[in-house]
Design a binder for this molecule. Structure first.
Ligand SMILES: C[S@@+](CC[C@H](N)C(=O)[O-])C[C@H]1O[C@@H](n2cnc3c(N)ncnc32)[C@H](O)[C@@H]1O
Length: 424
């Protein structure tokens, strides 16, 4: 039975964990819908020991990966968005602060002096690029990218991980140097930005931003000193990817899946993704958005037929929604069918009597409540798990910003649960 456990013994421990400082590396790159690090760190400490293997099928910007590594555990994860994969990888590299300092001394000087011309065809495809970026900003971004490429071509001894550190730092400053309002989740050239612009209050200095960003991030790697654990971030679709090498090898899963509808994760990162050229055309962008769980990028012909699940309780909600809005009914059916595939995979990976910890919330669509936590528990219980514990967690501000943005055209999130299932 899915019922909130008011007396869960885990709440107090988690609340204590939330009081601890978080590692600086977590703020390497903006990412909406991040987990707070206390959630993975608490459950990792509580349920595993050093050198165990932790898994996350929706690894995002790598919060679980970072905490696993920091606590000397191994980690495997899957993520569909190629930029997120880069973020999680760079955050978990074993980089040496002294080497970073040495590179900084050389590379930042080269960048500082670079006044070379930039040609139009060197700039990446971005829809309305000139709306988002001033000319001189575009030129400086290209110069920095070019200088990084050249520097690491010449200094091959440093290897690809150091190069990726610099490229990802460049990605991390893209939104700050664009015309988009950094207070907004989805890129937008807001009234506030126009006003600041008119008043001459925007002083974008791309090279100075990059320099500051590099220096602060270089200091964040000391947490991994002498770390020998592995971190394996796989790029792909969690519903399909081959994970047989981890069968029966996982000691704990901690994850927060996408919300059920319309959270346009990819849109929040689109400027960075185009600049980093992980997507190069509008078609590639749309295809990726379409593959993400919980997306609303459905074409009419895709939702003309009802999509049901193996669960009568979920189907009742789908039928109900079908009479109100066919597209929303499809989104619900697809969400639970995809989540079933991922749950089946997780059940194969996890060792017996080990735990799957999930942070998830119920949703509302067209004013109808969808009991996501309860429905996922039904699915888990049919596929080798039993419910061990469930309690409410505060919605953190980071995911709230995403959900309020979403509210303007969709619905609200009611509760955030932490659910713990045990593999039987
Ligand atoms: C709520 S976020 C996870 C955030 C992560 N815990 C963090 O702290 O950064 C959900 C993630 O699932 C990813 N995702 C969506 N559909 C996916 C799929 N089919 N396979 C793998 N990842 C997917 C999204 O790109 C997003 O990064």
């Amino acid at each position: 039975m899915f019922k909130i456990n008011e007396k869960s013994k885990l709440v107090e421990g988690l609340n204590e964990e939330k009081k601890l400082d978080r590692a600086d590396i977590h703020s390497f790159h903006r990412y909406y819908g991040k987990l707070i690090p206390a959630i993975p760190s608490y459950f990792i400490k509580e349920f595993t020991k050093e050198n165990d293997v932790i898994f996350d099928p929706f690894s995002g910007s790598g919060t679980v990966a970072v905490e696993a590594k920091r606590l000397k555990r191994n980690f495997a994860g899957v993520e569909i968005n190629p930029l997120s994969v880069q973020i999680a990888k760079v955050k978990t590299y074993n980089l040496d602060e002294e080497i970073l300092d040495k590179i900084n001394n050389e590379l930042l000087q080269i960048i500082e002096k670079d006044k070379t011309k930039v040609k139009e065809d060197e700039k990446p495809y971005i829809m309305n690029r000139n709306h988002w970026f001033k000319d001189f900003v575009q030129d400086d971004l290209i110069r920095i990218k070019r200088d990084i490429d050249k520097y690491f071509d010449k200094n091959k001894e440093y290897g690809i991980e150091y190069k990726k550190f610099y490229l990802l730092t460049l990605s991390a400053i893209i939104k700050n140097v664009s015309n988009a309002d950094t207070r907004h989740v989805f890129p937008g050239f807001s009234k506030r930005m126009h006003q600041l612009e008119e008043e001459g209050k925007i002083h974008t200095d791309v090279k100075a931003s990059f320099k500051r960003a590099v220096k602060s991030r270089a200091k964040a790697y000391s947490i991994y000193e002498n770390n020998k654990n592995f971190t394996d971030i796989l790029e792909g679709d969690s519903t399909e990817i081959d994970l047989s090498k981890y069968k029966n090898k996982i000691d704990l899963i901690v994850t927060n899946p996408p919300y059920i509808s319309s959270v346009r994760y990819i849109e929040t990162l689109k400027l960075e993704m185009y600049w980093m050229e992980v997507i190069k055309t509008l078609e590639e962008y749309n295809n990726l958005a379409h593959e993400m769980i919980g997306n609303d990028k459905l074409k009419k012909e895709e939702y003309k037929d009802i999509e049901l699940t193996n669960y009568k309780e979920i189907n009742e909600v789908i039928y109900d929604m079908y009479s109100i809005d066919i597209k929303s009914a499809k989104i619900i059916g697809e969400f639970f069918n995809k989540m079933e595939k991922v749950i089946i995979k997780m059940s194969k990976l996890l060792k017996k009597n080990k735990y799957l910890v999930m942070k998830i919330s119920d949703s509302k669509m067209k004013k109808k409540k969808i009991s996501t936590g309860e429905f996922l528990t039904l699915i888990a219980e049919k596929n080798g798990f039993k419910l061990k514990d469930v309690f409410l967690d505060e919605i953190n501000n980071n995911s709230r910003s995403l959900t309020t943005a979403r509210n303007t055209y969709s619905d609200i999130i009611t509760h955030d649960y932490i659910i713990i299932w045990e593999k039987i």
